[in-house]
Write a protein that binds this ligand. Structure first.
Ligand code: XMP
Length: 515
């Protein structure tokens, strides 16, 4: 077993970030519920404990507390934010309400470097987010760094290797926070840096096998990065006990269904069942032009179709789990930040809801990972670059890329044009360097001339954007030559389109998709 750091979770939105930072240091970190018994941690041979932050106040009744025996395990303990207050409170120090909340950047003045700040400067910019503060230290502890608002911003009991910090070393806003964690994990806990994605795969496979037993699992495969990686990982763990359901909603890109079958069924030997429901989707969408209505119809029909497929499968075998490719950012966006429901960012369609109705348990093997880690995992599992680095594609598919009412014949025009753009972006080596590149079908007819004939056909718009997180975006400066090739090819090769235009709007104020 690789050296492991146990992160006890007290509900901070940053718990997973702590675990991720430790993985960056090539050390295995596992997140445990705060109720985990010290004896269990001892049995697992963990090399150190981190008490995460959390939204509670240690002064509140019923505040979550760990097993006190973790302080007798003989391994180093690091408390972060709420974790620091907990440690101080449980070991005989005093925590009191602060007159004002310390939130955001602060300057940490290091008075004594010790092992924790070894090799670091005496002044560090750190990120704080807490209300309570320490007012007196437990026996054996000393303050080694302070901020303007807090004389006990970092404390230590060097004999026992207990450390507490009010700031969050795990967030990117804390300058050199990773170095503080490195000192803790490598120097203080003595962990060897032996963790890798392939060891993570082994560990996940074992976890999936234990969780699933001899039951069967259903996974909705969309062909996107997350569901593909989840499918490949679960398949590696339980093989034919996994059944994937792929819904053809008639709003897919050119040859998408065939490509999914070719890759997952033929190449990876996954059991993929295709629910061919394009007629159902298109008939329900007939005449609908409002984008939100389209989204609702597509979403509801998807749930209905998927539910039907699940019901049928359940009749044919012992299916007990619904697998989802939920990632960590999906999870934080779906829970209240700092316990404040008003801070709920958005409820993500991936999290909650479905499985309860279907009486299935959730299996979410990517829940602790971030997108870039999922990509690395996918590559390690042998998924091709086209899948692992695929551009985002909206759930409602081409339904929100045909403006106005959706007709099959317009979808066909859009599909062909979009395939040409895709090919050209690949050839020019630009596909992977932009965030998204796609075509939009405009229900506007314009006049053209082809040979001696006048044409009167539709317009295709090219939307090619750069972005880091889709929150903001700018139109990509694609070389004119590439644009010329795309435009020529679309107009010459796609019947039903005689004009190509380029979208040069940024987000905000526009959005990436047109609907
Ligand atoms: P917008 O158009 O809001 O898009 O700038 C931001 C990102 O989200 C994708 N997108 C969606 N994804 N369901 C999805 O799963 C949707 O309904 C949806 N709408 C937009 C879009 O492609 C872009 O990456």
């Amino acid at each position: 077993m690789a050296d492991t750091i146990a992160v006890l979770d007290f509900g901070s939105q940053y718990t997973q970030v702590i675990a991720r930072r430790i993985r960056e240091l090539k050390v295995l970190s596992r997140i445990y519920p705060y109720t985990t018994k010290a004896s269990q941690l001892k049995k697992e041979g963990i090399k150190g404990v981190i008490l995460s932050g959390g939204p509670s106040s240690v002064l509140a009744k019923g505040a979550p507390k760990p097993d006190k025996k973790i302080f007798d395990l003989g391994v180093p303990v690091l408390g972060i934010c709420y974790g620091e207050q907990l440690m101080a409170h449980m070991l005989g120090g005093k925590v009191s309400k602060s007159s004002h909340r310390e939130f955001g950047h602060g300057t940490l003045k290091v008075a004594k470097k010790g092992k924790l700040f070894a090799g670091l400067p005496k002044s560090l910019r750190v990120w704080n987010s807490h209300g309570d503060r320490l007012s007196s230290l437990p026996k054996g502890f000393e303050a080694i760094a302070s901020t303007e608002n807090s004389p006990y911003a970092t404390i230590q009991n060097a004999d026992k290797d207990f450390y507490g910090m009010q700031f969050h070393p795990e967030v990117a806003h804390s300058e050199q926070g990773i170095e503080v964690l490195r000192n803790y994990v490598i120097k203080i806990c003595g962990c060897k840096q032996e963790w890798s994605m392939s060891s993570y795969i082994e560990q996940s496979i074992q976890g999936i096998r234990e969780q699933v037993g001899d039951k069967r699992v259903i996974l909705g495969l969309s062909g996107g990065v997350d569901s593909s990686v989840a499918a490949a990982l679960i398949h590696r763990a339980i093989g034919k006990q996994l059944t994937c359901v792929f819904v053809d909603n008639g709003l897919l890109r050119l040859n998408e269904r065939e490509n999914v079958k070719k890759l997952y069924q033929d190449h990876f030997d996954l059991d993929v069942r295709v629910a061919q429901k394009s007629n159902l989707f298109l008939s329900r969408l007939k005449g609908v032009s409002d984008p939100e209505k389209k989204r609702k119809i597509i979403g509801n029909t998807f749930v209905e179709v998927f539910d039907e497929a699940v019901t049928r499968l359940k009749r044919s075998g012992d299916y007990a789990f619904l697998a989802q490719g939920t990632l960590y950012p999906d999870v934080i966006e779906s829970v209240a930040i700092d316990g404040n429901p008003a801070a709920l960012i958005k409820s993500h369609h991936n999290v909650g809801g479905l499985p309860k109705k279907m009486q299935l348990k959730l299996l979410e093997p990517l829940r602790e990972l971030f997108k870039d880690e999922v990509r690395e995992l996918g590559s390690e599992l042998g998924l091709p670059k086209e899948v692992v680095w695929r551009q985002p594609f909206p759930g409602p598919g081409l339904g929100v890329r045909v403006m106005g009412p959706i007709r099959k014949k317009d979808l066909d025009v859009l599909r062909k044009a979009d395939a040409i753009l895709h090919e050209a972006m690949m050839e020019a080596d630009l596909y992977y360097s932009v965030w998204q590149s796609f075509c939009v079908f405009l229900p506007v007819k314009t006049v053209g001339v082809m040979g001696d004939e006048r044409t009167y056909e539709n317009v295709i718009a090219l939307r090619i954007v750069e972005s880091v997180d889709a929150m903001t975006a700018d139109w990509a400066r694609v070389p004119y030559d590439v644009l010329r090739t795309v435009s020529n090819r679309i107009i010459n090769e796609v019947n039903g389109c005689n004009r190509v235009v380029l979208d040069i709007s940024s987000k905000p104020p526009s959005t990436i998709e047109w609907e």
